[in-house]
Design a protein around this ligand. Structure first.
Ligand code: 3UK
Length: 525
């Protein structure tokens, strides 16, 4: 069966399905969220979600108004996400690692009327405050700051009852911004029915999630991957979720697993690899509660898959998903997973692999992967041309190159464009290049993704330096640091290779595919 249809009432509000439903099912006293020393029940979550919804309404937030969420993984994230949706408003979880200018763009592009921001991240917003055209309220989580609204001061005192806005299954529910090669990130508009589909098809269908599960995701809630793993899958099934703020350092992640005992663990290849490097991990930490591990965001190197199995006796299910499809649509299965392979189609989704003209390619040949499924976003906000390119009728163009073997397994064959996925996060080579160009020593440059010794992709720059510049380690480090400080730090080039010239087209465009070939040849030597 390729099509799985869920039925929705004419009026459907995702918060009622993911939050209220758990209390209706008798889980009011069950722990929904483990966060630091707190255990928060479903009844408490519902009360705070309702309070938040009512409080946002009191600020003048109406149906369809957007609210930007720049917060670490914490209960207030959950209250804002579901509270906003309950009143028909549209929360937009955003990357917490961006620069002030990035938030300026996101706030103006989305026209969010309010931002809910973790106190530590507030300076990023305040720095660009004068340029914000639509923002009216700054709500701060984690401490009082003059001139802003304290989250708990705002919501306390509001009723714990809140009638859901009369949304339909097809109303906008939340947005997530996704980066492309050129231009600004695109607001991906998800509808109220989308989370039910990805929960049903992937979380239930592939992981068999149920109310006894406890989820823990290394990928943060602001990623589409983390949002499902770390939040709404658990609530969909009436299970429990473990939230942990702070940077996901490998020893920290292992100690969270040991302490809170997740049954479903979600990582990205970079985090699995980093955990494998922790000395004496087997003696210090206990992962015996975990029944399944998943990986997504970038291809999982077979070597990491093997080492993890040897060390912990656990299989990692690699799967590919995207912000636009909400979550994973091709995945390995428990007991049948294969290294260096994304697995098979998740039942409920359809896939086709096509050539440049949109014709199907023969089995075994690589082409562009197109996906069809009910969790797919409606469009990119305010970006009609990009929407037309990516959302083609019912099909979504993933931009990934894949081939399928005789048994139906899908094997990743690289991106169809120049985008880099590093540590599971998008990096646009164009943005890194533009930043490098601002450094006084740089004449020209080209940026690609290059594999490190563990097979994980990171940005690498080929640079032509200006005449008269002395190129030594000091300068190289200075240039790297310059990028790290100018744009989000994870985007900086881990390697800089000096070249005399760059390969270009007749019209002067840098040919990154030739740089990739040069890089690969050099690695083989
Ligand atoms: C790449 C992979 C090879 C691929 C995501 C799970 O990563 C997620 O969403 P994004 O929008 O990026 C999507 C792109 O990332 N990719 C993701 N997983 C794999 N490449 N193997 C993989 N296993 O280029 C894809 O188009 O950031 C992942 C669930 C939800 C997600 N949003």
């Amino acid at each position: 069966m390729s099509f799985i249809e869920l039925s929705f009432p004419e009026k459907f509000n995702a918060t009622e399905r993911f939050v209220d439903w758990n209390v209706e099912q008798g889980r009011g006293n069950k722990t929904a969220i483990y966060h630091k020393d707190d255990e928060i029940t479903y009844q408490e979550v519902l009360n705070n979600v309702n309070r938040t919804g009512n409080a946002l309404k009191s600020l003048g937030i109406e149906m369809e108004n957007r609210i930007l969420l720049v917060a670490f993984d914490c209960p207030e994230f959950v209250y804002t996400f579901f509270g906003a949706m309950k009143i028909g408003a549209v929360p937009i979880p955003t990357n917490t690692m961006l620069m002030p200018e990035d938030y300026c763009y996101l706030l103006n592009d989305s026209r969010a009327k309010a931002v809910v921001v973790s106190k530590e991240l507030l300076p990023n917003i305040l720095q660009v405050k004068d340029k914000l055209m639509f923002l009216k309220n700054i709500i701060v989580v984690g401490g009082q700051v003059e001139g802003t609204i304290d989250f708990y001061e705002l919501i306390n005192g509001f009723s714990t009852e809140c009638v859901a806005a009369p949304t339909t299954p097809d109303d906008p529910a939340f947005w997530l911004y996704s980066s492309g090669t050129t231009g600004f990130p695109k607001g991906t508009v998800h509808l109220h029915h989308d989370m039910s589909y990805s929960s049903e098809l992937y979380a239930k269908g592939i992981l068999g999630i149920n109310e006894n599960d406890r989820t823990y995701s290394v990928a943060r809630l602001f990623f589409a991957y983390g949002l499902g793993n770390g939040l709404y899958f658990g609530f969909y099934a009436g299970g429990s979720i473990i939230l942990h703020p702070g940077r996901p350092q490998p020893d920290h992640v292992l100690s969270v697993c040991t302490r809170y005992k997740p049954t479903l663990f979600f990582g990205v290849p970079t985090s699995y690899n980093a955990m494998l490097q922790v000395e004496g991990a087997k003696e210090k930490y206990d992962l015996s509660s975990i029944r399944l591990c998943a990986s997504a965001g970038e291809a999982l190197p077979g070597s990491v898959w093997k080492q993890w199995r040897e060390m912990w006796g656990l299989e990692i299910l690699d799967g590919i998903g995207s912000t636009e499809i909400s979550h994973i649509y091709i995945s390995n299965r428990a007991g049948k997973s294969r290294p260096d392979c994304s697995g098979k189609l998740v039942p409920g989704y359809e896939a086709k692999i096509v050539d440049g003209d949109g014709n199907l390619v023969p089995t075994g040949e690589a082409g562009i992967l197109m996906i069809k499924g009910e969790s797919t976003a409606a469009c990119y906000w305010n970006k009609h041309e990009k929407t037309k390119n990516a959302f083609q009728g019912e099909w979504f163009n993933t931009g990934d190159r894949y081939y399928q073997d005789e048994e139906g397994y899908f094997i990743y064959a690289g991106r169809g464009d120049d985008m880099i996925k590093a540590g599971g996060i998008w990096v646009s080579p164009v943005e890194v290049e533009a930043t490098l160009m601002q450094h006084p020593a740089v004449l020209e440059c080209g940026v690609i993704g290059s594999a490190d010794d563990d097979g994980l992709i990171k940005p690498k720059a080929f640079v032509v330096f200006k005449e008269g510049v002395t190129v030594n380690d000091e300068l190289i480090n200075e240039v790297k640091l310059f990028v790290k400080k100018t744009i989000a730090p994870y985007k900086f080039p881990r390697w800089i290779e000096q070249v005399d010239e760059l390969p270009k087209t007749a019209t002067g465009k840098i040919q990154r595919f030739i740089l990739r070939q040069m890089d690969e040849q050099r690695r083989k030597l």
